[in-house]
Design a protein around this ligand. Structure first.
Ligand code: HEM
Length: 303
């Protein structure tokens, strides 16, 4: 079989294309391959139950989490990831977030075409003309790169904000459902936006920065729910909600990272964004539906 089969996009062909671009080890994750597994705790706020009846978010629990980096093959990560599992037996949820609030493609076909346009040629580099032509005819695929260029990442993981990107339907115990977006914000690091990407390569971030932050006990994050307004676009992951940064946000709870776990603990956990306990539903957009299968495929092939 060709490494890059033709035809309509499927979760499997997208996984192939992700791996071709990342050029990682055969057994590595298709995306966000570099990472570090950690443990911690989750403590809910009193307000969480107003938004969701999900016991994952309304009860205290242990947390298994993974910080990760995904980049451009030149050792400077463009994206950081933070995946976490919270809740206890039978009521677990997994939330996968990244350091940018939008995705680079609206549909699976567009995602596959975006990735294929960037697959390196014999010189190890993508064909610039191909990439430029694709961007020109698919302007929404520029949104993520434009956001990244305008918002340099802070030097530390402890100062990084992460987004769940999709609009998740959340249901409370009165049966009221509304859309929320997850935003995971550092606690006590609001002023740390002096970007210093030169020192923030993936290895430094995931090793020394993480170790020193954990030792200092200052790796904490508020898990926020950004609240919807009527008419918000919930089907398009390449655009933000109007005024999203100024949105009313409710703190669901706080994650404190307390220690490092062996990487096997996260490899065996097989995080999948479709694993959500009752009270937070699946986002309705096409990309979320594809993710459930894509993570299963990547995990079956890689580990
Ligand atoms: C839209 C927002 C998205 C976010 C926030 C996101 C976030 C992440 C994160 C944080 C990881 C690392 C997981 C870990 O630590 O174990 C990951 C892995 C991965 N992502 Fe996504 N992702 C997104 C979209 C997608 C889409 C649309 C696809 C494909 C249809 C996809 C395919 C994958 C695959 C195949 C992996 C590797 C899974 C594994 O082997 O465990 N992602 N993603």
């Amino acid at each position: 079989m060709s490494k890059f089969p033709n035809g309509a996009a499927t979760p499997a062909s997208v996984v192939d294309a992700l791996k071709a671009i990342a050029d990682t080890q055969p057994r590595a994750r298709a995306s966000f391959a570099q990472g570090r597994c950690v443990r911690g705790t989750y403590a809910p706020s009193d307000l969480a139950k107003e938004i969701t009846k999900s016991q994952s978010f309304t009860k205290p629990s242990r947390v298994l989490a993974r910080f990760s980096a995904d980049g451009d093959n030149i050792n400077i990560p463009l994206l950081r990831g933070f995946s976490f599992r919270l809740g206890s037996n039978g009521q677990r949820s997994e939330v996968l977030t990244q350091s940018v609030p939008i995705h680079f493609a609206r549909t699976l076909d567009q995602m596959l075409a975006f990735l294929r346009a960037r697959i390196p040629g014999p010189d190890g580099k993508p064909n610039r003309n191909k990439v430029a032509a694709f961007s020109a005819s698919n302007p929404e695929t520029r949104h993520q790169a434009d956001y990244i260029a305008a918002h340099p990442l802070p030097a530390s993981l402890a100062g990084t904000t992460y987004w769940g990107v999709h609009a998740f339907p959340a249901t409370n115990s009165k049966g009221e459902t509304r859309f929320i977006k997850f935003k995971v914000m550092p606690v006590g690091e609001e002023g740390s936006h002096a970007a210093n990407q030169a020192t923030a390569n993936a290895t430094d971030l995931l090793q020394s920065d993480l170790d020193s932050r954990i030792a200092a006990r200052d790796l904490r994050f508020s898990v926020m729910a950004l609240l919807d307004r009527p008419g918000d676009p919930v089907m398009d992951v390449t655009i933000r909600w109007p005024d999203e940064d100024a949105r009313e946000a409710l703190r669901l709870g706080t994650i404190v990272v307390t220690g490092v776990e062996p990487s096997e603990a996260c490899d065996e956990a097989l995080f999948n964004p479709a694993n959500l306990a009752e009270g937070i539903g699946h986002p309705p957009d096409e990309m979320f539906a594809a993710r459930r299968a894509a993570y299963d495929i990547s995990q079956t092939r890689c580990r």
